[in-house]
Write a protein that binds this ligand. Structure first.
Ligand code: NCW
Length: 438
């Protein structure tokens, strides 16, 4: 059985959340609306019309939540800042919003929990969306100003920062498939958004170097193992293409200052220009990559699909998201990232949505324990294979607003009863507590 003592001494275990998914207090203390407030309040966009107005009410219950982290024995906590809470119009400061994050950070530090901050986990101020959002090139400068402000405000106490969470989701789910806010369905827009997200990232890293001399900054991507779904040679080709689109597209420019050729071809085909000056900003050196790993994805060649491929279902056991459970992919992708980019890595998210039931005050989520244990083993194998993996954040600390799926998917190691806001440690949290002592 895997033990904590098998990991390096300074390896950290934590949990992760995102502001819109847990905070609630959507209209309190001067917070402005984000694209997710508007999207989730638009009929038909989220399951059952769920929204983040109240969510886990973490804005009022953060002390209780930190107490639970402490009880479990977690070393670190990754959370995101709600840009519209600190800058309701995307530009001007709302001191009450800033105060909340000061209180949160101080409470974490008092409990010896190391804060990791994500600056952007999908909740763009709606006021900036009205100026063009991620399609407006100026967004990178707005983001830089917001990042600079936060580095100044919290950088004395917070030494680990992540600029963006999963820019692939912000661009492709937000602007191409329309499953996420702002719900556009336009490939050209997704390409522009992806580029502006990376420019915003680069600008924030530059600001970080000026403002926080003794901290580390990185970018978190969703990392998917893409595999062919049948044995046709064409499917191997499309798998390698999709791999470039999802993975290399958001890593290569940051390290090499170049998009993969396949991505460049699409930008050119759509008549979009990529400036060398942009690429220089995007490639501002970072300290680590954050890895959000959940599953593999199977693709096959499909001439009837305008993209040339289709997703297919694999036959491995699946989580409630329908995502196959594939721990080997974590090992493979960690090794791949190490070899290609040679940077320290953190697993900034890994976990599963389960069919959790609260029965007699208990949630027996043995499937989640098994999932975590298997992924911990693969992380350890990767470390032993020479990957500079520094920490592991479980998604998520507690059940929360799962975007388009609303409250129907439960990812937490802590169960949230949304009627009472009561928190109950699931068996996986109790298991983790023992693991962290081992
Ligand atoms: S949807 C998504 N998630 C979940 C979300 O709660 C969190 O905020 C995100 O950081 C859990 O972790 C991330 N990510 C999109 C992953 C897409 C995987 C698609 C695989 C099937 C094609």
């Amino acid at each position: 059985m895997i033990r904590r003592s098998d990991f390096p001494k300074d390896f950290i275990f934590g949990t992760a959340t995102a502001a819109y998914q847990i905070e609630g207090a959507a209209n309190e203390d001067g917070r402005g609306p984000s694209i997710w407030d508007v999207f989730s309040h638009t009929p038909g966009k989220t399951l059952n019309g769920d929204n983040g107005d109240v969510a886990c009410d973490h804005y009022h219950r953060y002390k209780e939540d930190i107490k639970l982290m402490k009880e479990i024995g977690l070393d670190a906590y990754r959370f995101s800042i709600s840009w519209p809470r600190v800058m309701p119009d995307g530009k001007n400061i709302n001191q009450k919003g800033v105060d909340f994050y000061n209180r949160l950070v101080d409470e974490l530090l008092e409990n010896d929990i190391v804060p990791f901050i994500t600056l952007y986990h999908w909740d763009l101020p709606y006021a900036l969306y009205e100026k063009g959002g991620w399609l407006n090139p100026d967004i990178a400068l707005y983001f830089r100003a917001y990042a600079t402000f936060m580095f100044n405000e919290l950088g004395d106490r917070v030494k680990h920062w992540i600029t963006l969470n999963e820019p692939w989701c912000s661009s492709f789910l937000g602007y191409f498939t329309g499953e996420h806010a702002p719900g556009h369905k336009d490939l050209q827009e997704a390409l522009i958004a992806a580029h502006n997200l990376l420019r915003a990232h680069g600008h924030a890293v530059q600001a970080f170097r000026e403002e926080v001399k003794d901290g580390k900054v990185g970018l978190t991507n969703v990392v998917m193992k893409i595999e062919p779904g049948d044995s046709k040679p064409e499917s191997f080709l499309v798998a390698s293409l999709v791999d470039k689109f999802v993975n290399a597209w958001y890593h290569d420019p940051v390290v090499f200052g170049k998009y993969p050729e396949e991505a460049v071809a699409i930008y050119l085909e759509k008549g979009l220009q990529i400036l060398d000056s942009d690429m220089n900003i995007i490639a501002t050196p970072i300290d680590f990559f954050g890895v959000n790993y959940y599953t593999r994805t199977l693709v096959i060649f499909d001439p009837n699909n305008p993209l040339g491929f289709s997703y297919v279902q694999g036959d491995l056991p699946k989580t409630e998201m329908g995502w196959e459970i594939y721990p080997q992919g974590l090992f493979d992708m960690l090794v791949y990232l190490k070899e290609r980019y040679r940077l320290p890595l953190y697993i900034t998210e890994n976990g599963m949505a389960g069919p959790d039931k609260l029965e007699n005050g208990r949630v027996q989520d043995t499937y989640r324990i098994e999932y975590l244990e298997k992924h911990f083993e693969k992380a350890l194998e990767a470390i032993n294979a020479g990957v500079d993996l520094k920490g592991y954040f479980i998604w998520s600390l507690m059940d929360n607003f799962e975007w388009a799926y609303g409250y129907s998917k439960r990812f937490g190691i802590i169960y949230v009863d949304y009627n009472t806001q009561k928190r109950i440690l699931k068996d996986s949290a109790l298991w983790l507590k023992e693991f962290l002592k081992s």
